[in-house]
Design a protein around this ligand. Structure first.
Ligand code: PMP
Length: 358
C-alpha cells in the first residue's frame, strides 16, 4: 500500500508514472530488453531521451537560445561547475544568502572565485529574504547566484530580480512547480529527485551565450559546451532516470501543464499555511511573502512532543515529516506529485493531534 510521502527528496513520484514503469520494466516495446539495459547510443534510447528533452522544453516554454542538458552529479556538482566555468580567482561573483543550500553554494564557489554576499538573512535564521534595495551588488560580478527555493528553511523568492549580471539559479526544489520566464536567467540547474524524477539526474538550462564564456581549460566532463555538443551523451548518462523523467513530463502535460500545476500547488500550500497560522499549536517562522509553496516547515509549541507527532503521523500513513536535522521541527514537502487529498490528510491528523495534546 502506498502511503503519503512528504519527503524533501528523493520525493514522491506520480503513481501513474510508477505503474507505467512497472509495466514496461521487463521489456521496452517489443525490443526484448528493458530500457535500462540498452545502449545510450541506441536508436530506441535516443528517441526516448530526445522526446523527454522536447517535452521539458515545451513545458517550460524554453526558447531556442537555450540548451537543456541531462547531467549527473546532483545540484551539489553545479555548486562547483558554475564558478569553475564562469569566474576565476581574479574575478568576483555575487551570491544571495537565504538558507542552507545557497550557503553551500557559496562555500564551494569560494574555492574558485571571490564571492560577494550581496545580502544575508542568516542573522534572522533565514526566516525572510533581505529587501532588494539593501543588496550590495558588485557591478563587475561575473554572475549572480541564488536559490529561489530554499528546501530546508522553506524560504522562496517568487520573482527573479532584474539585474545586469547573468542570473544563475539553483531551482532544485521548485522547478516545474509552475511556469517560469526562462529568459530572465542565464543558467538554471536542478537535481531531479523532487519534481523531475529519480535521483541521479541533474537538469541544466543554459543560455547558449554562456557556452562561449566558459573556461576551456577544464576537463570536458566539467564543461557545459561539451555536454551540449554531445547532446548530453558525452559519456553514459543516467539512462533510467532520464527515461522516468520523460514519463513525469508526459504526466505533467496530461495534468494540463505548468499553469494548472501551479494553481494546484498554490491551493495545497495556502490550505496548509492557513491551518498552521490559525492554530495555536503549530507555527511557521517564515515571512508571508517568502513562504515556499513546495516545502512547508512547521514547529510544535512543545518540541518534547516531536517524536510522538512523528510516530503517530506514521501510524496515519503520513511519512517523512521530520524537519531537516539542522533545523529540527517538522517539514512537509508538497511537490507536484502530492495531491491535495494528501495535504488534507495531513491537516486532519494535525487537528486531531492538536486536540489531544494542545
Ligand atoms: N540545492 C537545493 C535547493 C536542494 O534542495 C538540494 C537537495 N535537497 C541540493 C541543492 C543538493 O542536491 P543534490 O543532493 O542533488 O546534490
Amino acid at each position: 500500500m502506498r502511503l503519503r510521502n512528504f519527503c524533501a527528496g528523493p520525493a514522491a513520484i506520480p503513481e501513474q508514472v510508477l505503474e507505467e514503469v512497472k509495466s514496461e520494466l521487463l521489456e521496452w516495446g517489443d525490443s526484448g530488453l528493458s530500457i535500462m539495459e540498452m545502449s545510450h547510443r541506441s536508436t530506441i534510447f535516443d528517441k526516448v531521451a530526445m522526446e523527454a528533452k522536447q517535452d521539458f522544453i515545451d513545458l517550460l516554454d524554453i526558447p531556442n537560445e537555450y540548451d537543456v542538458l541531462f547531467l549527473q552529479g546532483g545540484a551539489t556538482h553545479q555548486f562547483s561547475m558554475v564558478p569553475m566555468n564562469f569566474a576565476t580567482h581574479q574575478d568576483s561573483a555575487d551570491y544571495l544568502l537565504t538558507g542552507a543550500w545557497s550557503k553551500k553554494a557559496i562555500s564551494e564557489g569560494s574555492k574558485y572565485t571571490n564571492i560577494n554576499i550581496v545580502a544575508s538573512s542568516e542573522a534572522e535564521n533565514f526566516s525572510n529574504v533581505p529587501d532588494f534595495e539593501s543588496w550590495n551588488l558588485n557591478p563587475n560580478a561575473k554572475y549572480f547566484h541564488y536559490a529561489p527555493n530554499e528546501t530546508i528553511q522553506g524560504v522562496a523568492i517568487h520573482q527573479p530580480p532584474d539585474l545586469n549580471a547573468p542570473i544563475i539559479a539553483d531551482m532544485s526544489s521548485v522547478i516545474l512547480s509552475g511556469p517560469i520566464d526562462v529568459t530572465k536567467f542565464s543558467l538554471i540547474y536542478a537535481g531531479a529527485q523532487k519534481n523531475i524524477g529519480p535521483a541521479g539526474l541533474t537538469i541544466v538550462i543554459i543560455n547558449r551565450d554562456m557556452l562561449k564564456k566558459e573556461n576551456p581549460t577544464n576537463s570536458n566532463i566539467l564543461r557545459y559546451s561539451q555536454h551540449s555538443k554531445n547532446n548530453s551523451m558525452l559519456n553514459t548518462p543516467p539512462t533510467f532516470a532520464w527515461y522516468i523523467a520523460g514519463k513525469v513530463f508526459k504526466w505533467l502535460r496530461s495534468e494540463g501543464g505548468l499553469e494548472t500545476i501551479k494553481k494546484k500547488n498554490d491551493i495545497k500550500a495556502k490550505t496548509l499555511y492557513k491551518y498552521i497560522d490559525e492554530s495555536d499549536f503549530f507555527s511557521n517562522p517564515v515571512s508571508l511573502e517568502n513562504r515556499s509553496i513546495m516545502n512547508v516547515p512547521f514547529i510544535l509549541a512543545d518540541s518534547n512532543l516531536d517524536n510522538l507527532f512523528l510516530e503517530q503521523a506514521e501510524q496515519h500513513g503520513l511519512l517523512n515529516l521530520k524537519g531537516h536535522r539542522s533545523l529540527g521541527g517538522m517539514r512537509a514537502s508538497i511537490y507536484n506529485a502530492m495531491p491535495i487529498e494528501g495535504v488534507n490528510d495531513l491537516i486532519n491528523f494535525m487537528k486531531e493531534f492538536e486536540k489531544e495534546n494542545g
